[in-house]
Design a protein around this ligand. Structure first.
Ligand SMILES: NC(=O)c1ccc[n+]([C@@H]2O[C@H](COP(=O)([O-])OP(=O)(O)OC[C@H]3O[C@@H](n4cnc5c(N)ncnc54)[C@H](O)[C@@H]3O)[C@@H](O)[C@H]2O)c1
Length: 390
């Protein structure tokens, strides 16, 4: 194996920037082998692409995704395009023998996710899904605390992901178009917290017992342009074909119960990704808006010490995940560090090393997609849905 890992990135906007930053930073903070090389970036807007490539130090750029994905020099294809585009690019890449790192949700539909997982199972390349919140040190620590058995049996998982940018003045971006996005807040936000609950508890979600899917804003202003490159409002009105909010109740494989809420209309919240876990001997709570902290309640503490403790998860010398690669204690991390940490773990797996905490592959993300589909089925059919288990 050479010590280079040539990356071809698809997408150059929000996640395109987050991933470009991750690939360029990872070798500066972690000792990684092979070393990622920013080889080629692909997007649709040719006019903007040259500037993007220059700003982020991509050696090459093109609008021809198929040629870039299948090129001999490409080792890993990194998919940061709208959800509907994940399937084709991932399957072409896997069939060409490449490693694939794909943004979440794995796909726009369960059918697409199944096809992608089947292609992954038949291909030599490794697969990864960018559930980046697993790589926030506080979330990784929560996973370790539960895995140590310190919480005992899990009774409750309570997860909500609250944003507020989806009001009536927000135009009909691809995120509101069902044929491109698959779903709205559900695939966008519930995907993250379903993955996080599975990751932290180590349990599977076995059923959806009831769900609500709501579209509050049915019409939005149309944009000229294509997915991710919407340039201007054109004054016409189109229909939103996705949910604005989805809430559902579930059972866990260890006998506990869980609730999930995702919305783009939680006025006052910008990115409140919150998870609380209650076990028989302790509890944990996390809120991304205070991402360097993990709340921990230990039921074995007596008297005056009993109560919630806030752990500042920045102390690498004390074993806080990823923290040792970054700054001295108390110098907090931000949103982008989760992506750099994930880039570190992707490279470690490709180099036959170990990730800091488990990384989701396509098979793992397919299970999250089954949960998402069960919630939608439950909401539409008004009945509980059992979820196929891996
Ligand atoms: N992990 C996270 O926290 C997180 C956050 C935001 C978005 N996402 C996911 O990342 C993906 C991209 O979202 P985004 O917010 O970056 O979107 P975006 O609209 O900001 O950018 C989309 C990019 O994809 C390109 N594109 C569109 N269709 C394409 C196609 N068929 N082939 C090649 N390129 C194409 C566009 O040119 C643009 O560069 C989505 O799957 C989304 O769910 C994940």
């Amino acid at each position: 194996m050479t010590d280079r890992l040539n990356i071809t990135l698809l997408g150059s906007k929000f996640m395109g920037r987050a991933h470009s930053n991750a690939w360029s930073q990872v070798g500066r903070f972690f000792d990684v082998h092979p070393r990622p090389v920013l080889h080629t970036v692909v997007a649709r807007n040719a006019a903007e692409l040259a500037d993007f490539a220059k700003q982020w130090d991509w050696a090459n750029y093109t609008t021809d995704w198929n040629a870039a994905v299948t090129a001999d020099e490409t080792d890993l294809v990194d998919i940061a395009t709208p959800n509907r585009a994940h399937r084709e690019a991932a399957i072409v890449a896997l069939e060409a023998g490449k490693h694939v790192a794909c943004e979440k949700p794995l796909a726009a539909t369960l059918e697409d996710a199944e096809a992608m997982a089947a292609a992954a199972a038949a291909a030599p390349g490794r697969t990864f899904v960018w559930f980046n919140y697993r790589r926030v040190p506080a979330v990784a620590l929560a996973h370790r605390i539960v895995a140590s058995g310190a919480l005992g049996r899990i009774y409750h998982a309570r997860a909500s992901y609250l944003q507020s940018w989806g009001g009536p003045n927000t135009p009909l971006l691809w995120r509101f178009q069902g044929d491109i996005a698959g779903s709205g807040a559900h695939g966008d936000l519930n995907a993250h917290i379903v993955d996080a609950v599975r990751f932290i508890t180590g349990e599977e979600i076995t059923s959806v017992e009831g769900a609500i899917e709501e579209t509050f804003i049915e019409e939005r202003e149309l944009l000229d342009g294509s997915a991710g490159d919407d340039i201007s409002r054109n004054g016409a009105i189109g229909r939103s074909t996705v949910d604005d909010a989805v809430l559902f109740l579930s059972r866990l494989s260890g006998g506990g119960i869980a609730s999930f809420e995702a919305t783009r209309l939680a006025t006052g919240y910008s990115n409140a990704n919150r998870i609380e876990i209650h076990g028989e001997s302790g509890a944990l709570r996390f809120n991304f808006e205070r991402m360097n902290e993990l709340g921990y309640f230990r039921d074995d503490l007596e008297g005056s010490e009993r109560g919630w403790t806030t752990i500042d998860v920045t102390r690498g010398a004390d074993g806080h995940p990823y923290a040792g690669a970054w700054w001295p204690p108390g110098h907090g991390l931000g949103y982008e560090h989760g992506f750099v940490n994930q880039a570190r773990d992707i490279v470690a797996v490709i180099g036959r090393g170990e990730p800091e905490v488990p990384l989701p592959d396509f098979a793992d993300a397919l299970q999250t997609q089954r949960v998402l589909q069960a919630a939608i089925d439950s909401a539409r059919e008004h009945q509980p849905i059992q979820i196929e288990q891996p």
